[in-house]
Each structure stands twice: as C-alpha cells, then as structure tokens.
Design a protein around this ligand. Structure first.
Ligand code: ADP
Length: 352
C-alpha cells in the first residue's frame, strides 16, 4: 500500500511517500513559500497539485494535525464530521490547525476517492491522568475553555519509545521510558508501559523546557509584570515569550545550538544559555524518574538530541548516580512521518 504523509504548515507542505507493510521509504519533498508575496504557489490547493504531479498514484493519505483537543485520542478516518471537529479545535490551536485543515481540504478536492487519515500530535498524550493535566486554576476554565495540559510532539515520542523497546528487546508494556525530543521545539515525556503519563509541553507548546526561541516554564506573574513595566500589548508579549526567549533570549546570539556550542568557551551568555537548557532537562528527567518510580531508558531524539553528544553528556552527568540499576541511554532518530504512515496503515488494517 502506497501511503502519502502530508505535513501541511502555514507556508509550507512537507510530504513523504512510504510503502507499507514493507516499511519502505519511497520519496520526500517540500513546497515552500505558499501564499507569500511573489511566490508562484498561492495556496495549499496549488501546492498539493504540484506535489501530486511528482508522485505516483497513492492508496492512502496520512495528515499530521497538531491539535486534537480532548476530541481525538486516536487516528481517525477523515469525513465531514471529523473536518468539522478539527475546525472547532482551531480555537485552541490558531497557528497550526487551520494550515493542517487546508491540506486536508485540498487533498479531498484533488483526490476525492482516496481515504484520508488524521494523526494528531496531542493524541499520544491523551492517556495522561487528570491530576497531571489539570492546572491549579479555577476548574470552570477547564470545563468552559478546555484549559488543561495537552502536550505535543506526540507522534515523535510514541515512535522513539517503541523503537527503544525494540532495541532493548523487551515488550513496551514492561518498560518505563523517558523520551527527550530536543529540536528547535523541545519536550520531554514520561512513558509508562507504552502510554504517555506526563509531558512537559502544556496547553500550548510554550510550557516546559527552554527551547530555541520559547521560554518554557516561567513564573506566570512575569507575563503581566513585563507587560506593565514595558507597556507591552498582548501580541507583543506573546511574541517575546515565543520568539525572543529561550536560547536566543538568554544568549543574545542564536537559537541554534550548534552555534552556541561552538561559541560557549568564549561567549559568556552562550555558555549560560546552554547551562540553563541542560539544567531544565535534567530537572524534568529527575521528576519523571520519580513519577515513573524508576526508569529503564532515556531516549534522546531530534536535532540536538541526535547530533550533540556534548549536550547529552552534560544532561546525563551524575543524573542516575543514586540508582542501583542505571537506565540505558539511547539516541534514536525520530521519524514522525513514518509513524504517521504506520498509524494510518494500522487503522486501515483494523487497528492491529
Ligand atoms: P525542528 O524543531 O525545527 O524540527 P530540529 O530537530 O531540526 O528542529 O533541531 C534543530 C536544533 O538541532 C538546532 O538547535 C540545531 O543547532 C541542532 N542541531 C545540532 N546538530 C544538528 C545537525 N547535525 N543537524 C540539524 N540540527 C542540528
């Protein structure tokens, strides 16, 4: 079965084609600058038309959808009801879901006879228990606005956790795994018996670890304090927290960990940014080891996790010195698109 995986963003569409169950990767590509001034690709429909010209006929399409709220706990076959519900989720994911939906609608028009499946970044984290996803806010906001921890990067955490079990040659149902997705966006997940039981990102991807440009955990009172002191409006403070903080905010140099690592010996704030980054991850791994009541493996993945041994070494230094049985530390390249293809294929085979 030929499965096309679509990751439709606001100005780009990434695609990958797989053959399953042979687990064979066929081709990949990206269309960029969609809708931008001077671009020849004006919308997602034209972008997808270009993609479909480059690939052979497909049997199934798997779409990455960022936010499934509490509605989508599993991959689903896309129909009118699903489209309506994904549209409803746009309210809490205004930056991502509209672009994902644009990709779905374009495929529906261009390939009306082909089954489409939606795979949600949040779905893997729907097993997190209420005491871990409820914030210490008035409960009515959870009921009326859906305010709770959702978590993201779910497909990546799920993929590397399963790969870890395969490498350790044990059923995932017997393992406690901590997965660290360290890219530009960073998140960490506690996986117990194959299920996510806590994760560092929250209602939005801003919570948790210090990231390339996002601040991660801060004192929430700082938001209004900074707004008052700097006379900032809501849009500006959101921009500061999402785009001007994290590694770039602390270092004043770059959000790129490669550059910071090269400069750390001579640039004081590059060194500091890396230390803050590493410290936060270490703290979360410690906390997740406690809630899992042990840990069999720590997995590193994504740009920094896969490629920067110095960062991994600093995170792991002394981390488990108190444990009798030390967890295995694994580096596993993530493949979210392959996981999407796998989940879409599995759904068509009746969930096995
Ligand atoms: P994104 O969240 O944008 O997918 P990536 O997973 O590509 O991010 O990770 C980007 C981060 O990984 C950057 O901080 C970059 O410096 C770091 N990195 C380190 N080594 C590499 C490498 N060989 N290739 C890509 N990114 C790397």
């Amino acid at each position: 079965m030929k499965i096309l995986v679509i990751n439709s963003g606001s100005s780009s569409i990434k695609y990958k084609l797989f053959h399953l169950p042979r687990r064979k990767f066929v081709l990949k590509g990206i269309i960029e600058h969609i809708g931008e001034k001077g671009s020849s690709v004006q919308d997602h429909y034209s972008g997808l038309s270009l993609i479909l010209k480059k690939i052979p006929a497909v049997d199934l399409i798997g779409h990455r959808v960022v936010h499934g709220a509490q509605v989508f706990k599993e991959p689903v076959i896309i129909n009118e009801t699903v489209i309506r519900k994904i549209r409803q989720c746009c309210a809490i994911a205004p930056l991502h879901n509209p672009a994902n939906l644009a990709g779905i609608l374009a495929c529906k028009k261009l390939l009306p006879g082909v089954t489409q499946v939606a795979i949600f970044d949040t779905a893997f984290h729907q097993t997190i228990p209420d005491f871990a996803y409820i914030y210490g806010l008035p409960y009515k906001y959870y009921k009326s606005l859906g305010i709770r921890k959702y978590g993201f990067h779910g497909t990546s955490h799920q993929y590397v956790a399963h790969e870890a079990a395969r490498i350790l040659n044990k059923p995932i149902s017997q393992l406690k795994i901590i997965t660290c997705h360290l890219g530009n966006g960073c998140s960490i997940t506690a996986v117990n018996k194959g299920k996510s039981v806590d994760t560092s990102m929250g209602f939005t991807p801003l919570e948790g670890l210090v990231m390339g440009t996002r601040c991660g955990d801060i004192d929430p009172a700082l938001v209004t304090y900074i707004m008052r002191r700097k006379a900032m409006d809501i849009a500006k403070v959101e921009e500061v927290l999402n785009k001007e903080s994290g590694l770039i905010g602390i270092s004043g140099l770059s959000n790129d960990m490669r550059e910071l690592s090269t400069r750390a010996h001579s640039h004081e704030r590059a060194r500091l940014a890396i230390e803050v980054f590493v410290y936060r991850i270490k703290k979360y791994i410690g906390a997740y080891t406690a809630i899992l009541e042990g840990c069999d493996a720590v997995v590193f993945t994504a740009g920094i996790g896969e490629n920067q041994p110095d960062i991994r070494r600093n995170i792991c230094r002394g981390l488990f010195s108190h444990l009798k049985k030390k967890p295995r530390v694994l580096v596993i390249p993530t493949d979210e698109e392959f996981m999407i293809a796998l989940l879409a294929h599995r759904l068509m085979q009746g969930g096995k």
